[in-house]
Design a protein around this ligand. Structure first.
Ligand code: MG
Length: 390
């Protein structure tokens, strides 16, 4: 049987890798919807995969892309178009970057569909809102992020309730971090790093925003919050360990002292394929390890002084409500400011920290409040940046 798949954020790193998986197994998966912000890469993708619908969020880009789509492909335009496209498939891969991925997450879960979630901001920023949508009958959330995909697999090792999640036999979830390109550097060393340095990730090939987040360890901090939301584990029971080889993608330690880990080569296609195929698995061994080539696995604690974003994320996670939304939005602004040369790399954490101090302590009652907090945090971060530059 062929599974209809919507690939949203199809021009990005997750999107293009999802299409590779479909290309390798056209009997099993069919792309019924593609969605982009504004990239015309979607034209060639539509030519190849012949989806029923193509969503383009940006109206100007849609006007240019629309006439170039193959005949019979319906064009959806505007900020709600990707959420509308999500409802057309059984399985949705949400690879939209940033806060814009939230409507796709909610639309998929509320339609009772399978969500392969690569957009971490939506779960972090709107955790309580997403949790409610996840209660919809039929709704399934399978994380695509490598660490959470690993935790999901490790938790299945102790699946006694029929639902993959933390039960009281889980002692600790251990998220591994590659440490990014600046692992081992001190805070003083990090003052002069450039955008090019920060974009040179040692083990993973990803988009620019997440690569910068990986260099600051904000990515890991956001993943801590994400793990809390996905698996219902308290922040005290989520640890981070630096593991430079990125072969162990995360681990779960149980009350009897056993640790279950998931190992594979760093390849997001394994995670995307896991989300597509769960509870089954793909036939293609995307992350298979040659054990005769594997000589060592190293571990060290994260340097929380050189990488303060990790601690900031725990702080926002523990505060809960709209604090994670605030953190995530302020971080997006800070990363963008770094990428465009407005601030230095070390300033990213400072900007997030100062923005977080301006969080007004508002509860995440509904999506409007989350959107408001997101905008307020962006304004706060921009104000912090402007104050620093003046
Ligand atoms: Mg990750």
């Amino acid at each position: 049987m062929t599974t209809p798949v919507a690939v949203l954020g199809s021009s990005g790193s997750i999107g293009t890798q999802t299409l590779e998986i479909v290309r390798a197994d056209p009997e099993r998966y069919r792309v019924t919807a593609l969605g982009v912000g504004r990239s015309d890469l979607v034209v060639g993708q539509a030519e190849e995969f012949r989806p029923d619908v193509v969503a383009v969020a940006d109206a100007d880009a849609a006007a240019e892309i629309g006439p170039r789509l193959p005949p019979g492909t319906e064009l959806l335009v505007g900020e709600h178009s990707m959420a509308d496209a999500a409802r057309t498939a059984d399985t949705v891969i949400n690879g939209v970057v940033g806060f814009a991925g939230l409507p796709v997450t909610l639309a998929t879960l509320e339609a009772g569909k399978r969500l392969g979630l690569a957009n971490k901001e939506s779960l972090i920023a709107a955790g309580p809102v997403v949790q409610r949508a996840w209660q919809t009958p039929g709704a399934e959330l399978v994380p695509v992020d490598s660490e959470h995909c690993a935790v999901h697999q490790c938790l299945r090792a102790n699946e006694i309730t029929g639902k993959v999640g933390a039960d009281d036999r889980v002692e600790t979830i251990v998220l591994t971090a590659s440490g990014g390109p600046f692992r081992g550097r001190t805070r003083a060393d990090l003052k002069s790093v450039t955008v090019k340095d920060a974009l040179a990730h040692p083990t993973w090939s990803m988009g620019p925003k997440i690569t910068i987040d990986s260099s600051t360890l904000m990515n890991k901090g956001l993943e801590v919050i994400e793990a809390h939301e996905l698996f219902g584990v308290s922040f005290d029971d989520i640890d981070v360990v630096v593991h430079p080889q990125s072969v162990i993608h995360s681990m779960v330690t149980y009350t009897d002292g056993a640790t279950i880990a998931q190992l594979s080569l760093p390849d997001m296609r394994l995670c995307i394929g896991y989300a597509l195929a769960y509870p089954d698995r793909l036939d293609v061994p995307y992350g298979a390890i040659d054990w005769t080539e594997m000589s060592r696995l190293d571990f060290q604690p994260p340097d929380r002084e050189a990488f303060p974003c990790l601690g900031l994320a725990y702080e926002a996670g523990r505060a809960g409500e709209t604090a994670p939304a605030w953190l995530s939005a302020a971080n997006e602004v800070a990363v963008e400011a770094f990428l465009t040369g407005l601030i230095d790399w070390v300033d990213i954490a400072d900007v997030v920290d100062q923005s977080l101090q301006r969080w007004p302590g508002i509860a995440a009652e509904n999506i409007d409040v989350v959107l408001w907090a997101d905008q307020q945090a962006r304004d706060a971060a921009n104000a912090v940046i402007a104050e620093r530059m003046s």
